[in-house]
Design a protein around this ligand. Structure first.
Ligand code: ATP
Ligand code: FE
Length: 356
């Protein structure tokens, strides 16, 4: 099967072509990502209306590029996969409309994909992970543990009850005057810092289960920052590095401890070759990565971290999830709806298309 995938649920417009022949390794024939960072830079966050307009403008160009790079025409494809949610509704609608147009014009099948399923199925695209595997999705908008049991079967074990870690990194950067996106700049700063100097909370570790909370870290950071500013009439270089290191260590500790618990629950399924896989931009963080790796080693599980370009938003994961859904017999039609909210442990849109 060869599918075109479209992604437009947040602030990246993306198109990709993925091919898979059973028994062979999946091939990413092209993967085009057009970011919008510069459009939102002045606003301190993604502005939904601007994002939607930019998606509408860029989708066609991305599709054209993706087909060109794959050296294919629409008629060489077996289907069109598109993110149908969750995400910013304007962007998702733009993607779904574009995909419907392409499908109608070419007569190709249309497959709606859950963006989170795209992330969660990536370890099968990159490493042929076999079900069931444990997944930690950790990005700017999401943080949750899932057991992937099949292309459309996901069990959620827990997740953040407030901010996502990427969001916390971004806010931390903002509070300390570091550039956006916050993850890489906080990580760079933390490299020179002492993680022990300031005390940061480890929220919800005293509670059983896999739920997490990260908004308290930001409050703790704000308090320490203001105290330091009052003491020295400004933040010293050293203070900033120590704050970043302390904050990052707290996030890593929480993710590691909750991963330990999620692994314990997942291991009761007795998978023959246990796997913890990560996805999402925060998985780029080396401190967090090595903390998770240690947890896996101790639990006897393999640790999978796909290449960064496939960890962050992209359309190759959507094309791949489309291939998996198609193999499972799923098809959508012109009634496919864009859904701003769409928890992964609910059914696919085809089954919800009429009457909710
Ligand atoms: P989602 O995919 O959940 O809709 P998103 O587009 O914000 O949201 P990603 O593109 O996966 O998510 O990741 C971006 C987030 O990852 C940002 O919040 C960014 O700060 C964070 N991030 C990137 N690199 C690092 C890093 N080295 N350390 C920590 N966080 C990082
Ligand atoms: Fe995403």
């Amino acid at each position: 099967l060869t599918l075109l995938g479209l992604e437009s649920s947040c602030d990246d417009t993306a198109a990709a072509v993925v091919r898979h022949t059973p028994g062979e390794l999946p091939q990413i024939l092209s993967s085009v990502v057009a970011g919008q960072a510069e459009l939102h830079a002045d606003f301190g966050g993604v502005v939904p209306e601007i994002a939607a307009r930019a998606h509408a403008e860029k989708l066609d160009i991305c599709v054209e590029q993706a087909l060109l790079q794959a050296n294919l025409l629409l008629k060489d494809l077996d289907g069109i996969a598109v993110t149908a949610g969750p995400g910013l509704i304007g962007g998702v609608v733009a993607g779904v409309m574009c995909a419907k147009g392409l499908a109608a014009g070419s007569g190709l099948p249309l497959i709606g994909v859950n963006h989170l399923a795209g992330h969660a199925l990536t370890p099968r695209l990159t490493d042929q992970a076999s079900f069931p595997y444990l997944m930690l999705l950790v990005s700017g908008g999401h943080c949750q543990f899932l057991i992937a049991k099949g292309p459309e079967a996901f069990q959620r074990l827990g997740g953040t009850i407030d901010d996502a870690p990427g969001e916390a990194f971004d806010k931390t950067a903002k509070l300390l005057g570091l550039p956006q996106p916050g993850g890489p700049s906080v990580e760079a700063e933390a490299r020179q810092g002492d993680p022990q100097r300031f005390r940061f909370p480890r929220p919800l570790l005293d509670r059983p289960g896999c739920d997490m909370s990260f908004s308290g870290l930001k409050t703790a950071l704000l308090r320490q920052r203001d105290r330091l500013i009052a003491e020295h009439v400004g933040l010293r270089r050293r203070d900033r590095a120590d704050l970043c290191a302390g904050f990052q260590a707290a996030v890593a500790d929480v993710l590691a401890e909750k991963s330990r618990r999620a692994l314990a629950e997942y291991l009761t399924l007795k998978p023959s070759a246990p796997i913890l896989a990560v996805a999402g931009g925060v998985a780029a963080n080396m401190t967090i990565r090595s903390a998770l790796e240690t947890v896996c080693t101790q639990a006897g599980a393999a640790f999978l971290a796909p290449p960064l370009a496939l960890c962050t938003d992209n359309a190759a994961m959507i094309a791949w999830a489309g291939i998996e859904r198609m193999r499972a017999g799923a098809r959508d039609d012109m009634t496919l709806q864009a859904r701003p909210r769409w928890p992964l442990d609910q059914k696919a849109p085809a089954m919800l298309g009429s009457g909710k």
